[in-house]
Design a protein around this ligand. Structure first.
Ligand code: HEM
Ligand SMILES: *[C@@H]1O[C@H](CO)[C@@H](O)[C@H](O)[C@H]1NC(C)=O
Length: 507
């Protein structure tokens, strides 16, 4: 009996201690949360009510986030705040607001938020590549290097345009071998666009049937998919989970293998590098690296070489190929526009001569169509996340240093105050009364300011040459037994068209 009493009192005191501990822990975490959460700045943008720990995440319907965002926009206006756990996020909508931030206050918005999940790929303080690099001297140096190399300085005998034109020829032959039967253009276009990056970066292209090439594309696709899953998102919020042995390897297996693949290509280059015969982007980078310690400090080190080249694949392939898929989809849906493009091609270039960039200036209609494809296709709807580099202000709202900023490019490309028919495919958006090409300032598919896409020139070249080469040789039609494809997109990392089949009828 005594024993039972004693045990009972022990248990109850233990229980008491536990509940005291519990209360203490709860209070402690709430205080921690309170301290970590944003202070009440005056003039901070409005937003939905933020709860402890989870912030405003419950207000967002994760299956249909755009619906929630539209409601916030309606309720709070062009600038509103969200809170993902302890991260302050500000969303900017509309041409004026986005331009104010990216163009007029370019440096204030030039930083990127930190993504812990990339650490295992070799991101470190002196090697961050370009896309997710912090704003600073190393990013600046690598970006400047990439821009000038892509502009063709010192990349060997073959110009970038020759490489794109050559690839357009291969793409044409592959489309021809489909013999006018229904097929999904996606795979061929993707091969061609990836090959442009391959020849730029590694100096060689692959045949579309090549096993190594197929493996690479497959790896690449699966590593992109790894980014959008639930686990990677969770790891970004709770990076401590990355410390569990095996977790990064498990979640990012594809990315790891893709990087290993890049390493093999780079090693081959290092063995055959010859300063008298520079072949490609990798060779130019190696040339910088050979300059020694000082160059390494500026960012030209091995880790950055693999990250920058991976960045070119990541940023340069899916974007361009998705845009081309939109282009042919719009041609299917608007045969009268297709005929006008073909008439202009026949008039300016003729039926045989391969298109060149010089032809572009004399082809206002085709140029307008390509721009309208980019505007309407709206393939990077919310751009890439930015982060404020210092305390700043937009449209009278205060945004503190270190805030994640989402620039809603979609709201600029479809801004009702700028475009006559924001939600229609209407090439006249880019033509004046005399049929001459004009580019409204709100055309920002490549974003703007210091972080604007450095691949724009290459992308423009690919879009023009691939599109006109195919339109010169084929008429694109909807197969008889196929339903009319959807005009709205299907949103993953980029806004892509729903899969569709097409017939390429030789002209
Ligand atoms: C139609 C094709 C393309 C579109 C629509 C596009 C769009 C964009 C956008 C919206 C950004 C984010 C800018 C920002 O943070 O505000 C970006 C960044 C970037 N793009 Fe592109 N892009 C395209 C093609 C390319 C190509 C072909 C390359 C390279 C070969 C490329 C390389 C990059 C890089 C390296 C960045 C990161 C820039 C930085 O953080 O400083 N892109 N692109
Ligand atoms: C961006 O703008 C588009 C068009 O105005 C809107 O539908 C979408 O919900 C906005 N997204 C965000 C994140 O605010």
């Amino acid at each position: 009996m005594a024993l039972a009493l004693w045990l009972g009192s022990l248990l109850s005191s233990c229980w008491q201690n536990l509940s005291i501990l519990g209360v203490f822990l709860t209070v402690f975490t709430l205080v921690l949360d309170f301290m970590k959460r944003r202070k009440k700045w005056s003039r901070y943008p409005p937003g939905p009510v933020s709860l402890p720990f989870i912030g405003t995440m419950l207000h967002v319907d994760f299956r249909r986030p755009h619906v929630s965002f539209r409601q916030f926009h309606k309720k709070f206006g062009n600038v509103f705040n969200l809170q993902n756990c302890w991260t302050n996020v500000v969303v900017l909508n509309g041409y004026q607001t986005v331009k104010d931030a990216l163009v007029h206050k370019s440096e204030d918005f030039a930083d990127r938020p930190y993504f812990p999940v990339y650490e295992h790929l070799g991101y470190g303080s002196k090697s961050e590549g370009i896309i997710v690099a912090k704003y600073g001297p190393i990013w600046k140096e690598l970006r400047r290097f990439t821009l000038s190399t892509l502009r063709n300085f010192g990349m060997g005998k073959k110009s970038l345009e020759e490489r794109v034109t050559e690839e357009a020829g291969f793409l044409c032959s592959a489309v021809e071998s489909e013999e006018g039967k229904p097929f999904d253009l996606r795979f061929l276009v993707n091969n061609a666009v990836c090959n442009v990056i391959c020849t730029t970066v590694y100096g060689e292209r692959f045949n579309y049937g090549d096993e190594t090439f197929k493996m690479m594309l497959h790896l690449f696709e699966s590593s992109l998919n790894e980014e959008t899953g639930f686990l990677p998102q969770l790891l970004n919020v709770l990076p401590i989970l990355l410390r569990i042995p095996g977790v990064p390897q498990m979640v990012f297996r594809g990315q790891k293998v893709f990087m290993d693949f890049i390493d093999v290509l780079i090693e081959k280059h290092m063995e055959t590098w010859n300063p008298a015969h520079i072949r490609d982007f990798t060779d130019v980078f190696l040339t910088e690296m050979k300059k020694g310690k000082e160059a390494e400090e500026r960012g030209f080190n091995y880790n950055n070489l693999r990250l920058v080249t991976a960045d070119l694949f990541i940023a340069g392939s899916e974007t361009t190929s998705t845009t081309l898929r939109w282009a042919f989809l719009y041609m299917l849906l608007h045969p009268e526009i297709q005929s006008k493009v073909q008439a202009e091609i026949d008039k300016v270039i003729g039926k045989e001569k391969p298109p060149t960039m010089k032809d572009q200036v004399s082809m206002p209609y085709t140029n307008a169509v390509i721009h309208e494809v980019q505007r309407c296709g709206d393939i990077v709807p919310v751009g890439l996340p930015h982060m404020t580099y210092r305390d700043t202000e937009v449209q009278g709202f205060f945004i503190p240093k270190g805030t994640t900023v989402i620039t809603n490019l979609s709201s600029v490309l479809k801004d009702e105050t700028v475009w006559e028919k924001p939600n229609e495919f209407y090439p006249e958006h880019f033509l004046d009364a005399n049929g001459q090409f004009v580019k409204p300032e709100a055309f920002l598919p490549f974003s703007a300011g210091r972080r604007a896409c450095p691949g724009e020139q290459l992308a423009r070249m690919e879009l023009f040459i691939f599109f006109t080469t195919l339109m010169q040789k084929f008429t694109f039609a909807l197969p008889e037994d196929q339903p009319r494809p959807w005009e709205d997109g299907h949103f993953a990392l980029t806004n892509a068209p729903h899969p569709y089949l097409i017939r390429a009828v030789p002209r």
